[in-house]
Write a protein of this length. Structure first.
Length: 337
């Protein structure tokens, strides 16, 4: 249920409503928009009715949200959520580029990548330190050493850092190095991990599982939001379908659909979504045209030698072309890169 406050509701009115919600044993979540304040009431919906709140001072309307996700829904937060990380605004007018290798491999590789990504206009550096690999015999990442290298790259270039967290016991360590947590496709319904990340305030990019529906993705976001971490970015990264000519099927329907259903920023990962470096640029263009707030793309100084995901990884030259092309598309949509 959401309680929509009147435009002229005072701080005191808002405080009184929040107190009433909590006294009744429910959790409240405040969403202060430019126009109106909305208070989300979270708890067993059978235990309260609209009448419990409609007569309180300053209340304009009380609406039941029928969707299973509440805090993630646009009803609760009609305006787009914009997450500001050290001046980089995610979910706003700018299309934000996250780029970097699949995994941090060594100092030279990550530093050279960071410098080039910065030069091309990327804002955030990606690189796995703890890698979820299909085979236990494949490269598993450098662990803490990889995090140290990411930190060094940030110190030199100023790029923000995103890296994957696979387990609750890695959160404290990764939090010291990363500006954004990545929750990978294989972990998107790891509810303990979602709750633990929800209790931090570090922004998180939540990838859609490859057999996850849009509704399931939004329910996973709800886990994080309901613990109080409102800095959630959603990411479409391809799903499994009957089509096996590409690694996954990049579901671009997800972009406008998510923008309709939720206020959270929506990113697209054309690297994992296609699995093919030749498809990454066209699908990046399509993602921006479909309304994505940003892209996460794999880039490596020498993709042929990459320890993971080399075939879907762009060279620096191709990353340059990608940036040039999406700038044009963004401009048509009155956005910038
Ligand atoms: C990755 O970003 O390298 C990765 C493993 O992504 P996903 O979880 O989408 O497969
Ligand atoms: Mn990868």
């Amino acid at each position: 249920m959401i309680i929509v406050m009147k435009k002229d509701a005072t701080e005191q009115h808002i405080e009184d409503v929040v107190r009433t919600v909590e006294v009744k044993g429910f959790k409240s979540h405040l969403s202060k928009g430019v126009e109106v304040t909305i208070i989300g009431v979270i708890g067993d919906e059978r235990k309260f009715t609209e009448g419990d709140f409609i007569l309180l001072d300053g209340v304009d309307n009380v609406i039941r949200i029928l969707k299973p996700y509440k805090l993630a829904s646009r009803n609760f937060h009609p305006e787009n959520t914009v997450i500001d990380i050290e001046g980089v605004k995610i979910g706003g007018k700018e299309v934000v580029l996250i780029a970097g290798p699949c995994a941090v491999e060594n100092e030279e590789q990550i530093m050279v990548s960071a410098r080039r990504i910065k030069q091309e206009g990327g804002k955030i550096l990606r690189g796995g330190a703890f890698k979820p690999r299909t085979s236990p015999y494949s490269f598993q990442g450098l662990g803490q050493e990889g995090l140290e290298l990411l930190k060094k790259a940030k110190e030199e270039t100023g790029l923000l850092i995103i890296t994957e967290v696979m387990d609750t016991n890695e959160i404290d360590l990764i939090q010291k190095y990363a500006d954004i947590f990545q929750i990978g496709a294989r972990n998107f319904q790891n509810y303990n991990l979602l709750k633990a990340i929800g209790s931090t305030r570090t922004p998180v990019l939540l990838k859609r599982g490859f057999s996850g529906t849009i509704k399931e993705l939004l329910m996973c976001a709800e886990y994080i939001l309901s613990e109080g971490n409102v800095n959630v970015i959603l990411c479409e990264r391809g799903i499994r379908t009957f089509e096996d000519s590409t690694r996954f099927t990049l579901d671009l329907n997800a972009v406008p659909l998510l923008k309709k259903l939720t206020h959270l920023p929506v990113f697209v990962d054309p690297s994992h979504g296609t699995g093919d470096h030749e498809l990454v640029i066209p699908m990046s263009r399509a993602a921006v045209a479909a309304g994505a707030d940003g892209l996460i793309v794999e880039v490596h100084p020498n993709p042929k030698e990459a320890l993971s995901d080399g075939y879907q990884t762009l060279t620096f030259e191709k990353f340059h072309v990608l940036m040039e092309e999406i700038k044009k598309i963004a401009m048509v949509l009155n956005r910038s890169v």
